[in-house]
Design a protein around this ligand. Structure first.
Ligand code: MN
Length: 248
């Protein structure tokens, strides 16, 4: 009897998040599920590692573990300490909110999937691209379809999938490219009760800048967006220009 594939689940919202629970329920029956996630909200943690503090693991049961670190920490501990055999796939999410365009740079959801990819484990980041709406049902169904396909066919080495699902029922799926940053940073200054300033950052999105073949455009048109992202960030077209600098 072949062993069922080991499916590692994680996120950047913490082990108690509703999106992670929806993901776990959606994947029942596809393999042996192991959840290893940060013990608290780490959205925006990007690919950070905890290098100057100890990490702790809290075991809830044989398949649920919270890690006192970042999403990337959780994946590393899962792959190198908690899992007894190699993972077949790692799914991160379901994030409540899109991970679109150049904002994927900040995303702990995407970083966790990329961390798995760096270890040779196919990674998928799953996000529900809407604020406020907590109905994960379509994103969960999309996650199951995507995981079934990747378990069967794998992914190219060094490539992960960034999947964003629109609010409500999708009308199809588009293969997209990462959009440019269409959001602008906003820094709000407020005063604390002692009169000292503090700052709160947010963003505003400029929808008139959406490129037609991008992840943003797909989600706005009610499609699931699948963007393959690569670990190799080398920009090969720049070689020509920059190599000219190196001529004697
Ligand atoms: Mn998040």
């Amino acid at each position: 009897m072949p062993q069922p594939p080991k499916i590692l689940l994680t996120n950047d919202d913490g082990i108690h998040s509703a999106g992670l629970r929806a993901l776990e329920e959606a994947l029942v029956g596809l393999g042996e599920i192991l959840v290893v996630a940060p013990d608290s909200e780490r959205s925006g943690a990007s690919h950070g590692l905890t290098l100057h503090a100890p990490l702790r693991i809290h075991r809830f049961d044989d398949s649920h573990f919270a890690v006192s670190g970042t999403p990337a920490d959780a994946v590393i501990l899962a792959l190198h300490h908690i899992l007894s055999a190699p993972a077949a796939i790692c799914v991160s999410g379901i994030n409540p909110g899109g991970n679109l365009g150049e904002n994927v740079m900040y995303s702990g959801t995407v970083a966790a999937a990329m961390e798995a990819t760096l270890h040779g484990v196919p990674g998928i980041a799953m996000s529900l691209a809407t604020r406020g709406n907590q109905d994960f049902s379509w994103a969960a169904a999309t996650a199951r379809q995507t995981v079934e396909r990747v378990l069967r066919d794998g992914l190219p080495p060094g490539v992960m999938l960034n999947v964003n699902v629109p609010r409500g029922q999708p009308i199809g799926t588009r293969l997209t490219r990462q959009s440019q940053k269409i959001s602008q940073n906003i820094v709000l200054e407020k005063k604390d009760p002692r009169g000292r300033p503090y700052y709160w950052q947010d963003e505003s999105v400029a929808l008139d800048q959406v490129e037609p073949d991008s992840d943003y455009a797909a989600v706005l048109a009610q499609y699931v967006s699948i963007t393959p992202l690569q670990a190799d960030r080398t920009d090969y077209p720049s070689f020509k220009q920059i190599s000219a600098w190196l001529q004697p």
